[in-house]
Design a binder for this molecule. Structure first.
Ligand code: GDP
Ligand code: MG
Length: 162
């Protein structure tokens, strides 16, 4: 079976945009199960000759109260079933309390965690990623779903940890 990579994080950080860049046209299944397990899309990624399953989480629209619960539920599912987890944050929004809470859960899981910071649309603004060192998940990888920059670096790190 292919290794499984899950992307988790707050709504609107750009998870689906990056997911779509990674899978290209290799979308496989949209699962139809009730609850949080329904709120996931499965695709296949390929990089440097390695292929992996990748899960995009959290597409359903929720109110503010439901959101944190849902992100945490998705993180828990990812901890159970993924081999590598990408926590995605948003450089434009900056570091938030929800990011910290989810990072803490992921950190405790001892799974390989990759910290991606999206919306670094101008690579000279890499310093927008530095505050994310506070999450204690190592080097943040700056990416831009809008431009595609940094996605290759993210894929290098994903494949390294499979
Ligand atoms: P998700 O809720 O985490 O899946 O986020 P989406 O992928 O749906 O993106 C949320 C919004 O952010 C959309 O309006 C995207 O067009 C926008 N977005 C995604 N990536 C980038 C990026 O790299 N830069 C900027 N400026 N906007 C982005
Ligand atoms: Mg999405």
């Amino acid at each position: 079976a292919r290794a499984v990579v899950a992307i988790v994080g707050r709504p609107n950080v750009g998870k689906s945009t990056i997911f779509n860049r990674i899978i290209g046209d290799r979308l496989s299944i949209v699962e139809d199960k009730p609850g949080v397990t329904r709120d996931r899309i499965y695709g296949v990624g390929e990089w440097n000759g390695r292929s992996f399953s990748i899960i995009d989480t959290g597409g359903i629209e929720l109110n503010d109260e439901q959101i944190l619960k849902s992100i945490k539920a998705q993180a828990e599912l990812a901890i159970e079933e993924a081999d590598v987890i990408v926590l995605m944050c948003d450089a434009k929004a900056g570091l938030t309390q929800s990011d910290s809470e989810v990072a803490e859960m992921l950190y405790r899981s001892k799974k390989p965690i990759i910290l991606a910071v999206n919306k670094v649309d101008n690579m000279t603004r890499m310093d927008d990623t530095y505050e994310f060192y506070n999450l204690g998940l190592g080097d943040p990888i700056g990416v831009s779903g809008a431009h595609g920059s940094g996605v290759g670096d993210l894929l290098d790190v994903i494949v390294e940890k499979l």
